[in-house]
Design a protein around this ligand. Structure first.
Ligand SMILES: *[C@@H]1O[C@H](CO)[C@@H](O)[C@H](O)[C@H]1NC(C)=O
Ligand SMILES: *[C@@H]1O[C@H](CO)[C@@H](O)[C@H](O)[C@H]1NC(C)=O
Length: 367
């Protein structure tokens, strides 16, 4: 017994030393702002305050100056469970004039849970606020039990379009079906109507929403300086992907993948189906990409144009350089915790949130 106790102590001391050593290599200083229950997403308000979505359905208003968090009421009921709950938050491009925000979340109904996107007016008062006029503008065309792989990141494009990265809620083959919107990149107007010029518009109403297909769990989307859309998605056992998203392209899930199924069954590689679009970078073993920023600021000057990816199981920030149409992993920065999200503020600082209970919101600036 004594021997066991001693070796456990030694192992702990060794791993603490490794973690401390690893974190000391971080190329930035991190300022802890607030702590949250299962934070999922962040958005910056024009007055420099920050909205933090917590997965159980709580929307918080953080004031970085005082490091305090108030509450925003009026969030619709969310299906909390598995990976589901309150997910992303995005401000309308004209938020300064219309106070409209967009949220994504898992909602329950017959057949299980599916993803939904709603818009609402945000009224701020004191240290908190309220949503009103909540209107659902998009839904998954199918629901499922299990509560997995909703994704549903939200992003407004340079042309004012609203993008939704729709997960396949662990149903696999619907990612290839053109009669449903699971496992797709969706491009809409701000009112939920399909955007004009979408590649499958001639095929029907649901098809008209779709920009690309064959996605599994697409948890991060962002623009590069040229206006190209990049996306990260979680593969199954191996095969996490960074994709350059193009109109009408099929990214292959679940027909092709660089990983394999959890039960060990193999999946043909992308090279076997050249008509499907292969990722620009992939990871075996996985990093578990949970969000993506294509860095546009000047603060981290050598990172301009790089993809910054937060990892859950890897507990890292993964930095990828993009050159033309190619992408290559350049750096892994240990964070010591499962990382849920990253956003860049208007001054080029990076803000990250950790996953899970007491997940911290932190501001990263160069050393
Ligand atoms: C708000 O509206 C004014 C004019 O009505 C316009 O000049 C301004 O660009 C708008 N703000 C944003 C953030 O679009
Ligand atoms: C949604 O917005 C688009 C673009 O502004 C517009 O053409 C369309 O009529 C709107 N749809 C509805 C139902 O309001």
């Amino acid at each position: 017994m004594m021997h066991l106790g001693i070796s456990v102590t030694h192992t702990l001391a060794l791993s603490l030393a490794l973690v401390t050593g690893a974190l000391a290599q971080q190329p930035f200083k991190s300022e802890v702002i607030t702590s949250h229950q299962e934070p999922w997403a962040i958005a910056f308000l024009p007055d420099n305050r920050i909205i933090v979505n917590e997965r159980r359905g709580n929307m918080r208003l953080v004031d970085p100056a005082t490091k305090t968090a108030g509450s925003i009421t009026g969030v619709p009921a969310v299906a909390y469970g598995g990976q589901g709950g309150l997910h992303d938050i995005a401000l309308h491009p004209d938020y300064a004039n219309n106070s409209m925000v967009y949220i994504s979340y898992a909602e329950s109904g017959s057949g299980g849970a599916g993803g939904a996107v709603a818009r609402a007016k945000l009224t701020l008062s004191g240290t908190g606020g309220a949503l009103s006029g909540v209107e659902v503008i998009w839904r998954h065309s199918q629901r499922a039990s299990g509560g997995l792989q909703f994704a549903c990141r939200l992003l407004f494009g340079p042309d004012g379009a609203l993008w939704i990265s729709s997960g396949e809620i662990n149903q696999m083959t619907p990612a290839q079906s053109m009669t449903g919107n699971l496992g797709k990149m969706i491009k809409l107007y701000d009112n939920g109507t399909a955007f004009a010029g979408n590649p499958f518009a001639s095929q029907g109403a649901i098809q008209s929403q779709i920009w690309s297909l064959g996605h599994r769990n697409p948890l991060g989307i962002d623009w590069d300086a040229q206006g190209r859309l990049w996306e990260v998605e979680m593969g199954p056992m191996g095969g996490d992907e960074l994709n350059l998203i193009e109109s009408g392209a099929n990214y292959g899930w679940p027909v092709v993948c660089e990983g394999s199924h959890y039960d060990g069954r193999t999946i043909p590689k992308h090279s076997t189906r050249p008509e499907m679009t292969a990722p620009k970078a992939f990871w075996v073993p996985v990093i578990s990409p949970s969000s993506l920023v294509i860095y546009k600021g000047n603060l981290f000057s050598s990172w301009k144009g790089n993809a910054i990816i937060t990892g859950l199981s890897s507990q890292q920030l993964v930095r990828v350089t993009i050159t033309g149409n190619t992408a290559k992993e350049a750096q892994r920065i240990p964070m010591g915790k499962r990382m849920r999200g990253v956003r860049e503020d208007k001054n080029g600082a990076l803000w990250v949130i950790e996953d899970g209970a007491n997940g911290r919101l932190m501001k990263l600036t160069p050393n």
